[in-house]
Design a protein around this ligand. Structure first.
Ligand code: PLP
Length: 401
C-alpha cells in the first residue's frame, strides 16, 4: 500500500492537520522521513521523547517485557507497576500512585479525587475548582473545561460546573476568587501550551498559602514539566512549593503511553475500591518502559545535563536573534524553552515551524507567537549545534520572505 499524506485526508477524522512529512524511523535526536531526508528533533514528540528515539534502555525494557506479559487489567496487579510506583513515591512528596494512560486521564483522576475528598471531608458546598487562563490540562470534557482556553471547551454543550479562572501570576485576582468553597486549584508550575510562562515566586508561595487557608487542594499538572524537563525530576522540587496532588505523563513513558496521578496517603484514601479506574492503566508493558525511562532520567548526570543544554539553546538562540532581530525574549526553564516573536513577526510562529521543517529541523509552537523547543533531555551537543544552524537558516528564510 502506498502511504501518503493524502491518505490522511481520506481516512482520518480531520481534527489534526499534520505536516506533509511522514517520518519512518528515528535514532537519538535524528529522524528520517519516507524519502530518507534527515531531521534534527527539537520537538521530542511534544516533550514526550525525553530520551530521544529508540534509546537502548527503553528498547530493551520493551523487548524484555514484551516477551513476558503485556496486559492483565487491574483485576491483578503486576511487578513493573509496583516497582515504578515505589520509585516514584521514593523520589517525590507522594505516598500513593494511580496509573492512567495519558495526561488528560491523570488530570481527570486528580480532579475527581479532589471533588470526592472535599465531599467526604467538608460536605456538598465545597466544589469550586480554580484554574488559570492559558492553562492546558488535556482534552477530556472535564480537563478541557478546567483548562483556560475557551476555544478548546466551547461548542460541546453544557460543561462541568463550578470551574473558575483567573490570570496566571495575578495573586490579587486569585485571592478574590478563592474561598472556603474552593475544593481545588489546578495549575501548571510553568505554563507550556499557553506560551512557556514561568510562575513568579511570590505567586507560587501565595497560591500555596491561600490553598492552606481555605482547605483547598493544590494540584500541580506536571504532565509537560515532569520527569526532568525543567532540570529537576519534577518542577515543584525547584520551586519551594509542594502540591497535594501531582500529575505526570508525557516524558514518563519516554514515548510509550502512560500517565500517573500521585498524592499523599491521607488524600488517596478517598478513592476507595470501585470509585475510579482504567482498563489499561498501570499495564505491565507501559510500566516496564516507564520504569526504564524514570531510572535513566532520575540521575544527577542527566538532570545536570538538562541545565547545560538549556544554556547552549539560550546562547544559540540569542546569537541568532543578534543577527536577525526576531525575538523579544527566550523564556522557560531547562529544555522547555520558548522564543517569543517580537512585534515585527507577531502571530507568525507557524511560519518558523514550516521553514524549519524545510531545513531539516523539527520544532514546535506554543500559541501563535512562540516557537517552542522541547528536545530529548540527552540530545547530543553536536545535534544541538547542527539543529541551531538549521534553525538559523529557517529564520533567515522567514526574515528574507
Ligand atoms: C500535554 C498536556 C496534557 C494532556 O496530556 P495528554 O496525554 O495529551 O492527555 C495535560 N496537561 C499538560 C500540562 C500538558 O502539557
Amino acid at each position: 500500500m502506498q502511504v501518503t499524506r493524502e491518505l490522511f485526508n481520506d481516512v482520518m477524522v480531520p481534527n489534526y492537520n499534520p505536516s506533509e512529512v511522514i517520518p519512518v524511523r528515528g535514532q537519538g535526536s535524528r529522524v528520517w522521513d519516507q524519502n530518507d531526508k534527515e531531521y534534527i528533533d527539537f520537538a521530542g514528540g511534544i516533550a514526550v521523547n525525553c530520551l530521544g528515539h529508540c534509546h537502548p534502555a527503553l528498547v530493551s525494557a520493551l523487548k524484555e517485557q514484551g516477551e513476558k506479559i503485556w496486559h492483565l487489567s487491574n483485576v491483578m496487579t503486576n511487578e513493573p507497576a509496583l516497582r515504578l510506583a515505589k520509585k516514584m513515591t521514593d523520589a517525590t512528596f507522594a505516598d500513593k500512585v494511580y496509573f492512567a494512560n495519558s495526561g488528560a486521564e491523570a488530570n481527570e483522576a486528580a480532579l475527581k479525587l479532589a471533588r470526592r475528598f472535599a465531599l467526604d471531608v467538608y460536605g456538598d458546598d465545597k466544589t469550586q475548582i480554580i484554574a488559570f487562563n492559558k492553562g492546558f490540562h488535556g482534552r477530556t470534557f472535564f480537563t478541557v473545561t478546567v483548562g483556560g482556553q475557551a476555544a478548546y471547551s466551547d461548542g460541546f454543550g453544557p460543561k462541568p460546573a463550578a470551574i473558575d479562572h483567573c490570570d496566571y501570576n495575578d495573586l490579587a485576582a486569585f485571592e478574590k476568587l478563592i474561598s472556603d468553597k474552593t475544593c481545588a486549584v489546578m495549575m501548571e508550575p510553568l505554563q507550556g501550551e499557553g506560551g512557556i510562562i514561568s510562575p513568579n515566586n511570590e505567586f507560587m508561595q501565595g497560591v500555596r498559602a491561600l490553598c492552606d487557608k481555605h482547605n483547598a487542594l493544590l494540584i500541580f499538572d506536571e504532565v509537560q514539566t515532569g520527569v526532568g524537563r525543567t532540570g529537576a525530576l519534577y518542577a515543584y522540587q525547584d520551586l519551594d512549593v509542594t502540591p497535594d496532588i501531582l500529575t505526570t505523563a508525557k516524558a514518563l513513558g519516554g514515548g510509550f503511553p502512560i500517565g500517573a496521578m500521585i498524592t499523599t496517603t491521607a488524600i488517596a484514601q478517598h478513592l476507595k475500591v470501585g470509585t475510579h479506574g482504567s482498563t489499561y492503566g498501570g499495564n505491565p508493558l507501559a510500566c516496564a518502559v516507564a520504569e526504564a525511562a524514570f531510572d535513566t532520567v532520575n540521575t544527577a548526570d542527566v538532570l545536570a545535563g538538562v541545565k547545560q543544554r538549556e544554556q547552549l539553546f539560550r546562547d544559540g538562540l540569542n546569537a541568532i536573534n543578534a543577527k536577525f532581530d526576531v525575538f523579544s525574549e527566550v523564556r522557560g526553564k531547562g529544555l522547555l524553552l520558548g522564543a517569543v516573536l517580537n512585534h515585527k513577526f507577531e502571530g507568525r510562529a507557524r511560519d518558523f515551524l514550516v521553514a524549519s521543517t524545510k531545513h531539516g529541523l523539527m520544532n514546535l509552537v506554543a500559541g501563535t507567537n512562540v516557537v517552542r523547543f522541547t528536545p530529548s533531555l540527552v540530545i547530543p551537543i553536536e545535534d544541538i549545534n547542527e539543529g541551531l544552524a538549521r534553525f538559523e537558516q529557517a529564520v533567515a528564510d522567514v526574515v528574507n520572505g
